[in-house]
Design a binder for this molecule. Structure first.
Ligand code: FAD
Ligand code: EPU
Length: 336
């Protein structure tokens, strides 16, 4: 730590101009207590690759940037057991596995970010969520100053959520994630564009997912974005049936016997936001759920567009959108 200010623009994929007063890189999991002793009672934010975090303005606190690397592979008769450092890049891990014929992660190809952040929002895409493969997660608890391990069930995984967004939110540093990947591989091709694949290999699924994602999602290295800005809302069947009377083509996916998931992109598109801009912040012309920064956007403009979308969706559909990304203001998380 020093007396400088640090630019956060290169540290989050949305790329808004923002500064932090301190930036602390930590890399020795066993010695975390010593490394964090200087922290005292300061405001801090733990940052992976910043692909689900948007710094809206200058952050008046310390950024803690873990740097825990390494991949350790063990096997049982039926499983590959992979212990992976939290700061490894997720997509590189997918490639690493494919090169060794360890199949299972192919539907989750090209998701930006770190391995350590993957369990936090239970990353998911194309019919698969990471909870399916998580055996346990190791973390350092900043309150108790102790190392801990938590098994998959205790992680309380649900759609885009886990215990790390609830009870353990912001008080722990994930150091590694251990995955159990069944050797008995089964393709998952029940999502949209994958349905047309006949007897695909894991490589076929990987290629298709990468291809579809490249067509739909803006590349953060070219245009700032954080993927889906909002979660897809889950509503009761009863409410869905009522909405269908006014919007007969409203799409849905069954969640359980009583609720359905609605694609937020569809709601946003119906209300005319797709392709619209406020200053440098836009609603992506190919994917209405993705908000973008053309490089000249500001935190104010982003809040203005996001709030306009949220208000319009609530008023027209009586559905309250929840942001999927983490919005960080000068003192910490901001609620839309
Ligand atoms: P960050 O944004 O750095 O952090 C996210 C959260 O995790 C924060 O709360 C942070 O404090 C916490 N955190 C990070 N590392 C640690 C750690 N070691 N210990 C404790 N807390 C930590 N997500 C999907 O689920 N599916 C998708 O298909 C998908 N597509 C995307 C496409 C694009 C183009 C983009 C930009 C994003 C997409 N995302 C998607 C969102 C993003 O990729 C994931 O949320 C990813 O897991 C974030 O990783 P990160 O390291 O960048 O996290
Ligand atoms: N749609 C529209 N307009 C659009 C885009 C989509 O109406 O502009 C409708 C269509 O009906 C389409 C449906 O929305 O069939 C679903 O679209 P898509 O397959 O693109 O997925 P999504 O629901 O918008 C979710 C995840 C993505 C993930 C994809 C694929 C959330 C919040 N988002 O998006 O995750 O990659 O499914 O599984 O669940 C992310 O979290 O950042 C992310 C990109």
């Amino acid at each position: 730590m020093g007396l400088c200010v640090y630019s956060l623009a290169p540290h989050h994929s949305f790329g808004l101009p923002s500064l932090a007063s301190e930036f602390l890189s930590i890399n020795i999991p066993v010695d975390l207590k010593a490394q964090l002793s200087e922290l005292g009672d300061v405001t801090f934010y733990i940052l992976g690759e910043g692909s689900n975090t948007i710094f809206l303005e200058n952050y008046q606190g310390t950024i803690i940037k873990p740097a825990f690397m390494g991949i350790d592979l063990k096997q049982t008769e039926t499983y590959f057991l992979l212990k992976v450092g939290a700061s490894e890049n997720w997509h590189n891990l997918v490639l690493w596995c494919m090169q060794r014929n360890i199949d299972g992660f192919e539907n989750l190809a090209s998701i930006p970010g770190t391995v350590g952040a993957a369990p936090i929002q239970n990353i998911g895409a194309y019919g698969v969520e990471i909870e399916k493969f998580i055996h346990h997660v190791e973390y350092y608890d900043l309150n108790t100053k102790s190392h801990n391990s938590i098994g998959s069930t205790a992680c309380e995984f649900t759609y885009r959520s886990s215990v790390f967004k609830k009870r353990l939110s912001d008080n722990i540093i994930i150091t590694s994630v251990t995955f159990a990947i069944p050797k008995d591989w089964r393709p998952v091709t029940n999502y949209g564009e994958l349905k047309g694949l006949l007897k695909p290999s894991a490589k076929d699924i990987f290629n298709k997912v990468v291809d579809v994602r490249m067509q739909k999602l803006p590349d953060p290295s070219k245009i700032g974005n954080a993927g889906s800005f909002f979660k897809n809302p889950i509503i009761a069947f009863k409410q869905y049936n009522k909405l269908q009377q006014s919007w007969p083509s409203i799409p849905s996916y069954a969640v359980d016997n009583v609720s359905v998931k609605i694609p937020a992109a569809w709601l946003i598109e119906q209300l005319g936001f797709k392709g619209k801009k406020i200053g440098g912040i836009g609603c992506h012309p190919h994917q209405a759920l993705v908000l973008t920064n053309d490089g000249s956007g500001t935190g104010e403009q982003l809040l203005q567009l996001a709030r306009a979308i949220k208000t319009a969706v609530l008023s027209e559909f009586t559905i309250e959108l929840e942001n999927e990304v983490r919005l960080i203001g000068k003192k910490g998380p901001i609620v839309l």
